[in-house]
Design a protein around this ligand. Structure first.
Ligand code: ARG
Length: 483
């Protein structure tokens, strides 16, 4: 290497050190986008060569150096303010000044935005995979437990009998929308900011569509300032992840409560014991799932507060925005997977659930419905059943209450057989067969749509994974032509 070709620093003299150096640096946290940056560099260099902005042999040298940098690994990178600077320095160390051509027609601003989007795609798809696993577990519970009657709660008080299947599908429904939110976030994340440069575009004849295509992005973020500066895709992604975490926290809380009452038997793999009380089997994993909402919503708040009021175009605050997102995706995906495992392996003790299903006169609404169906105004029926609930909550109590409220005996108002049926939790559930109700037939009808929805989302996620893999292969093949 000639004397003048030994340039090993990206930017000489200015900003090369000082007491704030480590405060400025994001290098440690950038391990997460090391692979992304290599891909973004490769796509950019290929595009520069195709556009005649760098010569093919220059591109070949840079691409060869990038292979070496990749092989050496993240830990072998030289010091730098961030992974972008460190990789560029490592390239220049290997091939000399020509390596400096890699940064033609771009800025770290569009570069880092591209890297974050590139990496976040995988994380969002991984989160979607976990959500789909949980939805499958819940659908399997619904299939197996359509007849398993259990108490349903409002205000944590027994309210009406329902079934384990109906409870499970209630969470599947919410998670279906959570998945739709994640897919939306994915599709808006999957757009390329590359070519925006610092914020004001470039004088070079870049082909933004080409780099987008080489990186598997669906299109470009057109406005160069928007491309480099906006992080709404992060906010949207963390909002979607927060929604998943909040849904899972409710599911986890239900399971903790059910376990406490002996309504569900969690597999030992998802329970823990006490270090001092040998008899204890604690639902610790689900308590941790419940807590993950704190991580996700905390990340959302941290991110939103960091982004709030940031002026155009780039500001270094953005460096601190991204870490919140990585934290949220890791915790939420893991918690969701754990929830899926806990649901898939849990046992539902049918007898204990049936015994509890009618407790605290939870069949009362069905009894009132039976009286109203026989022609009584629902308010009168409500009054009779409310009075019965004070005395015995059985057929005799309803009869006495009917006499007290209307002056007529129960049998004058309605066929007492119908009231007796409504007092039975199994009958009570079977009668609530309106669309989306807990009657086994209604649940089975719903289940067909649920399974179809899960399958459609699985296809949507698989297509996106495949598109990413195809783009990686295509970029590798393109890069290989320069070897
Ligand atoms: N590490 C920086 C980040 O994550 C890269 C962009 C630096 N750009 C700049 N203008 N200082 O945001």
């Amino acid at each position: 290497m000639s004397e003048e070709d030994d340039g090993t620093v990206v930017r000489r003299d200015r900003f090369s050190g000082g007491p704030a150096r480590s405060f400025l640096s994001s290098l440690d946290g950038d391990a997460r986008i090391f692979a992304a940056d290599l891909a973004v560099d490769r796509a950019h260099v290929v595009m520069l060569a195709e556009q005649g902005i760098v010569a093919d042999d220059e591109a070949a040298k840079i691409l060869g150096a990038l292979d070496d940098v990749e092989a050496a690994g993240f830990d072998a990178l030289p010091d730098g303010e961030d992974v972008h600077e460190a990789i560029e320095t490592a390239v220049v160390e290997r091939v000399g000044r020509v390596g400096g051509k890699m940064h033609t027609a771009r800025s770290r601003n569009d570069e880092v935005a591209a890297c974050i989007r590139y990496r976040l795609r995988e994380d969002l798809l991984a989160a979607l995979d976990s959500v789909l696993a949980l939805r499958e577990s819940l659908a399997a519970v619904a299939e197996a437990e359509a007849e398993t009657v259990m108490p349903g709660y409002t205000h944590l008080q027994p309210a009406q009998p329902t079934t384990v299947a109906h409870w499970a599908l209630s969470y599947e429904g919410t998670l279906g929308r959570d998945a739709a939110r994640l897919l939306d976030a994915y599709d808006r994340t999957n757009e390329s900011p590359l070519g925006g440069a610092a914020f004001a575009g470039t004088t070079f004849n870049v082909d933004r569509e080409r780099t987008a295509d080489l990186l598997g992005f669906d299109g470009v973020v057109t406005n160069a300032t928007d491309a480099a500066a906006s992080r709404d895709f992060l906010l949207e992604s963390v909002a979607a992840l927060s929604s998943v975490a909040v849904t899972c926290s409710g599911l986890a809380e239900d399971l903790v409560f059910f376990a406490n009452r002996g309504f569900v038997d969690l597999d030992d793999d998802y329970a823990s014991t006490s270090s001092i009380m040998p008899q204890k089997k604690n639902p610790d994993t689900l308590e941790l799932v419940r807590a993950t909402a704190g991580d996700a919503v905390g990340a959302y708040q941290a991110l939103a507060t960091t982004l709030k009021g940031l002026p155009r175009a780039y500001n270094r605050d953005l460096q601190r925005a991204t870490v919140h997102v990585w934290h949220a995706t890791d915790f939420v995906s893991e918690a969701t997977e754990v929830a899926a495992g806990a649901v898939a392996t849990a046992d539902w003790p049918a007898e204990a659930l049936a015994d509890a299903a009618g407790e605290d006169f939870s069949t009362a609404t069905g009894v009132a419905d039976a009286l109203a169906a026989a022609g009584l105004p629902f308010r009168t029926a409500h009054e009779i059943v409310a009075a019965a609930s004070e005395t015995g909550a059985d057929l005799d109590a309803v009869d006495a209450a009917a006499r007290e409220v209307t002056g007529e005996s129960l049998s004058e108002l309605v066929d007492p057989e119908l009231v007796a049926a409504a007092l039975d939790p199994v009958e009570s559930v079977a009668q609530r067969d309106s669309t989306g109700g807990p009657a086994p037939d209604a649940v089975r009808d719903a289940l067909a749509n649920v399974l179809g929805g899960i399958e459609a989302d699985q296809t949507a996620v698989a297509e996106r994974w495949e598109a990413l893999e195809a783009a990686t292969d295509a970029l590798d093949a393109e890069v290989a032509t320069y070897a």
